[in-house]
Design a binder for this molecule. Structure first.
Ligand code: ZN
Length: 165
């Protein structure tokens, strides 16, 4: 047996590669001074349907979170089919309440995220909107895929931000 990687994680390992795509998107947000969060929507076959990064500063749109941008791109690519049945959203940071709501409303089959967000997370930390039994749709949730890479991108951004001090 080779021992190149840590303990195999059959639940999370298959999402590491898509998470790296989301991380590439997150890095692009920094170009416009936006908080580095990135997302990708995958079809049932694993094909990339939509990419997005946080563009609030770039566009002046308070709803332009990575998840919303990626969900809109995916739906537009499906010839305006708004239901993302069987699709997976992979995002570097746990979604906020707005994005968790959008995930439920778009009928995404699965949510995969990297870093937890103890202050604003709505997928198991502060709230758990995506698994609220009162809602009519609940995606599968897989948390903690490449959490250190996803989290340090944010930590470094806020440490280096002129607004931080
Ligand atoms: Zn959000």
């Amino acid at each position: 047996m080779t021992d190149v990687s840590p303990v195999p994680d059959p639940v999370r390992d298959r999402w590491r590669e898509p998470m790296r795509r989301a991380l590439d998107e997150a890095v692009r947000a920094r170009e416009t001074g936006d908080v580095p969060v990135g997302a990708v929507v995958l079809g049932p076959d694993g094909a990339v349907l939509g990419l997005g990064h946080n563009t609030r500063e770039a566009t002046g749109d308070p709803t332009a979170h990575a998840e919303i941008v990626a969900i809109r791109a995916a739906a537009a690519g499906l010839h305006d089919e708004w239901r993302l049945h069987g699709c997976t959203l992979v995002v570097t940071l746990a979604p906020c309440t707005m994005c968790a709501g959008a995930i439920v409303l778009s009928r995404l089959g699965r949510l995969v995220y990297g870093a937890r967000d103890a202050k604003a997370g709505a997928a198991g930390s502060l709230w758990d909107v995506v698994r609220d039994r009162r809602l009519n749709h609940r995606p599968e949730v897989i948390a903690g895929v490449l959490p250190d890479e996803c989290g340090s991108l944010l930590t470094d951004f806020f440490r280096g931000s002129p607004d931080a001090g």
